[in-house]
Design a protein around this ligand. Structure first.
Ligand code: A3P
Length: 318
């Protein structure tokens, strides 16, 4: 079930020329329908809303970037396919989790390819709900959404973009922070992203599971049980008593995944070689509250105030 990973060749887009575009992250971002997308991905993602055909039994892993997407993909894939693979000889030993669940519309997840996947499909996206087809809600697609405490999310983004840029930390922290707080970060504004899925989870609680990275870190067993229920493959009593849930957690843990050879040495190039995604950079620290080692206390306070303002009255808190 491994999706093709190589690009058909992303082209720079003409439409981007007419839209606001900003430099500052590892690649330029363009504001499309209130969402900042990497300019070189615009052509692909603009197609998704009108051309992706959701099926009622789709399971979509929707994540704000740098919230643990790689981890969630590993967990959901392992849970959904646990009757097909032995833990000792598992695809996660040879394939980066990002390549086990295709991103809708992205490289490796072309809409034509997505259409050929048999049901039930396990798919993923970083797109906000507002850039996905409205029929996703009406046909009842199940969604597992993952976000993260914004300070940790920002810090994870900043380190990752620096590594992608191939230079020696060329992205200025203060400028990146200012952009993040203005909402200008890949797939941002982050608050719109979180709130759209939050509201969807309130409207469709049986079909939309809203998760935070912190819940996964503090109680992975509990989250794995919830994931299996939502995916429609709950653990049997026998599985629970024989430790299968714990085996899933261990297989997908930071230590296990980051020590696989493919995740230590594998990489893919994008944008004609301008950026390099080393799989090792998808596994940095994997900690909660790690922002203190990169951001100042003042920056932290500023972001906390913004977060409080943006989420006020929604019921969503960090
Ligand atoms: P840090 O940069 O804070 O370490 P994404 O997969 O959405 O790009 O998110 C990347 C973040 O998830 C990184 O956070 C990374 O270390 C963390 N991560 C990746 N795999 C993980 C795992 N198995 N357990 C915990 N955290 C993980």
């Amino acid at each position: 079930p491994v999706a093709p990973t190589e690009s058909k060749g992303c082209t720079e887009v003409d439409v981007a020329a007419a839209l606001p575009t900003r430099e500052g992250w590892s690649t330029p971002l363009t504001l499309y329908k209130n969402c900042w997308l990497r300019t070189h991905t615009l052509n692909r993602f603009m197609l998704v809303q009108d051309n992706f055909k959701p099926r009622s039994d789709d399971i979509i892993l929707a994540t704000h970037p740098k919230s643990g997407t790689t981890w969630l993909k590993a967990l959901a894939f392992t849970i959904a396919n646990r009757s097909s693979y032995d833990f000792a000889d598992h695809p996660l030993h040879a394939v980066n989790p990002q390549h086990l669940v295709p991103f809708i519309g992205a490289v490796g997840g072309d809409l034509d390819y997505i259409e050929t996947i048999p049901s039930p499909r396990l798919l993923s996206t970083h797109l906000p709900l507002s850039l996905l087809p409205p029929s996703l809600s009406t046909v009842g697609c199940r969604i597992i959404y993952l976000c993260r405490e914004p300070k940790d999310s920002f810090v994870s983004r900043w380190h990752f973009d620096n590594k992608m840029s191939k230079g020696n930390y060329p992205i200025n922290l203060d400028e990146a922070f200012a952009m993040f707080c203005e909402g200008c970060s890949p797939f941002g504004p982050f608050w719109d992203h979180y709130l759209q899925y939050w509201k969807e989870s309130l409207a469709r609680p049986q079909e939309v599971l809203f998760l935070k990275y912190e819940e996964l870190v503090f109680d992975p067993v509990k989250v794995v049980l919830k994931l299996a229920d939502l995916i429609g493959v709950p653990f049997t009593q026998e599985e629970e008593s024989s430790g299968v849930v714990e085996k899933v957690v261990k297989l997908c843990s930071f230590n296990e995944l980051s020590s696989q050879g493919v995740n230590q040495t594998g990489s893919v190039e994008r944008v004609g070689g301008k950026i390099l995604i080393q799989f090792s950079s998808l596994f940095r620290k994997g900690k909660v509250g790690e922002w203190v080692n990169t951001m100042s206390k003042e920056m932290g306070e500023k972001l906390d105030i913004l977060v409080e303002e943006k989420f006020k009255g929604s019921g969503l808190m960090f």
